[in-house]
Each structure stands twice: as C-alpha cells, then as structure tokens.
Write a protein of this length. Structure first.
Length: 133
C-alpha cells in the first residue's frame, strides 16, 4: 500500500497519536497514574475518533465524504479536548506530575486541520483540471 496523498499520511499519523493518547498516562497522582482508560466514556470518544480517522483514509476516492468525516473528527476532537480539560481541572490540585499524553490530543487536532487543508487543496486542484477540459 502506497500512501499517495498528504492527507492520508496526516490522517494515519493522527490516528496513531490518538491510539497512543488512549494508552499513555496523562498525569500521576499519589502513586497512581490517571489515564484515558480510567474514564470509559472518554475512552470511547477517543477510540471513535481514532476509528473515524482510519476510515477517512480509505475515503480518498470521494473527497466530499472524506472532508465530511474529517470535519466530524475535528468536532469530536474539540469535544475530547474540552472533556480532557474538565477531567484535568477536577484533579488539578492532586496532580504530582504531568505526562506528555496531554499534548497528544492537541497535536491530533493540529494534524487533522492540516489534513483538512490538503483535502480542500486537492478539491481545488481537481476543479481546476475540470475547467481546463
């Protein structure tokens, strides 16, 4: 399998980062680690985002549908960021050490945004070819 478009590479990296976010701890609190799998609804949301990102890789033949799925992923990722911020706010005073997984969810949003920009650029390129004919 050869990845032929930039957005496919971005979506693959974003899904890997989201999978890592689900696995890695977010913070350590009094000899235990707080992670996504401690919150089942939050874990389900993040797994859904990762699955949608993987599905959107294979929608490259239908750019409109791929763009829609990526928009949904962006909205769900914003919900994940807000939910994660609320979780962290509730345990803020007890946190001894922050882990790097907190940054991953924000990085995923930036990567998804880059993928969306490349999808829009591909649409514009295809429309320009249609005008030439």
């Amino acid at each position: 399998m050869v990845i032929q478009r930039w957005q496919s590479l971005y979506l693959l990296i974003a899904s890997i980062f989201m999978g890592l976010f689900c696995y890695l701890p977010m913070a350590s609190v009094a000899n235990s680690e707080i992670s996504v799998y401690n919150y089942p609804v939050y874990l389900t949301l993040n797994i859904l985002i990762a699955l949608l990102l993987i599905i959107s890789i294979f929608l490259y033949k239908n750019l409109a549908r791929q763009k829609t799925v990526v928009k949904i992923c962006m909205m769900l990722n914003v919900a994940s960021i807000v939910s994660g911020a609320l979780i962290m706010y509730n345990i803020w005073s007890a946190v001894e050490d922050w882990k790097g997984a907190v940054i991953l969810v924000v990085a995923v949003f930036a990567i998804i945004l880059g993928a969306y920009r490349h999808i829009v650029a591909d649409e514009r390129l295809l429309k320009s070819y249609d005008r030439i004919r």
